[in-house]
Design a protein around this ligand. Structure first.
Ligand code: FAD
Ligand code: DHB
Length: 389
């Protein structure tokens, strides 16, 4: 087989890139090691920046998001029994869109299928080759046969545990990492959200987040030790714990119900540099991870896709490589700012077992300052709605 761009990974970054390329007449094939249903079973992000919304529109896949997604003009911080609203719209003129990653992925998959895009699921042992030279190719195994796809470029959209970053580890890759000493236990349930906006809570028992997917579906999270096992958390235990971490009025208003999904995600900050190795590019979680506190993971994947797509479009339209040459630096400049914001939100809102009372008092001072300073709220809001591409 031959195509112009092989995309490894059928998550949000691979699918978004594939659709933008296809719309620009650039041929591509997506390979994933699992199948469509497995990918759609993963419950992940829920908040989209305006840049991600625009990109989905450009891909021609934004219709259902605009119908079913919820535009949020603000969110709340809860601490010391107090609530502080961050007025995103009033402070920045911009809102965010609450629309689940699962739905966004489904829309992209359906549009790709409807427009004849090629995706090969259950592709085992995907391996990029010869990307240092002018003629790269990718091999994979399926039904006992090995297949080869020749291409011009390879986009590594294969997530944190993918093969693309692993294949450049001995080629001058530098990595930066911070692992946090806790995880998030998440629960999805068909119950109405406790509040019409998201609530991020700093509590002596640990962080809690009230998020949502629709007016009838809620997504809640609590900070848990890394040693906790999801099987040990009954639904009742989860509801009791999150209510303890919320202000009384919210705790009393919370509607509980059986979980549809429950899982624990560890928190990590990670950046790989550079994001280009010859004709191979790292995109999205393949190149970086943020702790979920700032809702930036999916949004960073989208901005990477924007930079890479612009570079590829320019190359195929005008045979100019300037955009591709600039990809790594442009993407990393935005990535590091989102890393900083996600780290700072994580530090502000979680309990750190080793930081003791001093750490808690510093957090309280910062939250108090945020309540009294429009400048501090604006800085938080500006980062939350997303820095410009
Ligand atoms: P992925 O979504 O990881 O997609 C990568 C794809 O590549 C997958 O389909 C995978 O099957 C495929 N793949 C992997 N290896 C190979 C291989 N060797 N060969 C072929 N295919 C391969 N972000 C938030 O903003 N908020 C959240 O609440 C949030 N929660 C998260 C919870 C979890 C458990 C995780 C892991 C992430 C979470 N994120 C969250 C981050 C967000 O979901 C990611 O940033 C986003 O999925 C990145 O998209 P991606 O397409 O780059 O990678
Ligand atoms: C969700 C996850 C986040 O990390 C966040 O900051 C906001 C919302 C969510 O899954 O809905």
């Amino acid at each position: 087989m031959r195509t112009q761009v092989v995309i490894v990974g059928s998550g949000p970054s691979g699918l978004l890139l594939g659709q933008l390329l296809a719309n620009a007449g650039i041929d591509n094939i997506i390979l994933d090691r699992v199948d469509r249903d497995y990918i759609l079973g993963r419950i992940r992000a829920g908040v989209l920046e305006v840049g991600a919304v625009d990109l989905l529109d450009r891909a021609g896949c934004g219709e259902r998001m605009h119908e079913e997604g919820l535009v949020h003009d603000g969110f709340e911080l809860s601490f010391l029994g107090r609530r502080q609203r961050i007025d995103l719209k009033g402070l920045t003129g911009t809102s965010v869109m609450v629309y689940g990653q699962t739905e966004l992925t489904r829309d992209l998959m359906d549009h790709r299928a409807a427009t004849g895009g090629r995706t090969i699921y259950n592709a085992a042992n995907v391996t990029p080759h010869d990307f240092d030279g002018a003629s790269p190719h990718v091999t994979y195994e399926q039904d006992g046969d090995t297949h080869r796809i020749d291409c011009d470029y390879i986009a590594g959209c294969d997530g944190f545990h993918g093969v693309c970053r692993a294949s450049v580890e001995d080629k001058g890759l530098r990595t930066y990492e911070k692992v946090y000493p806790f995880g998030w236990l998440g629960l999805l349930a068909d119950v109405p959200p406790v509040h019409h906006e998201l609530v991020y809570a700093n509590h002596a028992r640990g962080f809690a987040l009230c998020s949502q997917r629709s007016h009838t579906r809620s997504r809640y999270y609590v900070q848990v030790p890394l040693t906790d096992k999801v099987e040990a958390w009954s639904d009742d235990a989860f509801w009791d714990e999150i209510r303890r971490r919320l202000p009384q009025d919210l705790a009393e208003a919370m509607v509980t119900g059986p979980s549809i999904e429950k899982s624990i995600a560890p928190l990590r900050s990670f950046v790989a540099e550079p994001l280009r190795f010859g004709r191979l590019f790292l995109v999205g979680d393949a190149g970086h991870i943020v702790p979920p506190t700032g809702a930036k993971g999916l949004n960073l994947a989208a901005s990477d896709v924007h930079y890479l797509f612009e570079g590829l479009r320019e190359y195929y339209a005008d045979r100019k490589a300037a955009g591709l040459d600039a990809y790594s630096a442009r993407a990393l400049s935005r990535i590091w700012k989102a890393e900083r914001f996600s780290w700072s939100m994580t530090m502000l809102l979680h309990r750190f077992p080793d930081d003791g009372d001093f750490g808690s008092r510093v957090q309280e001072a910062e939250l108090d300052y945020l309540s009294s300073s429009r400048a501090a709220q604006t800085a938080m809001a500006e980062n939350y709605v997303g820095l410009p591409y």
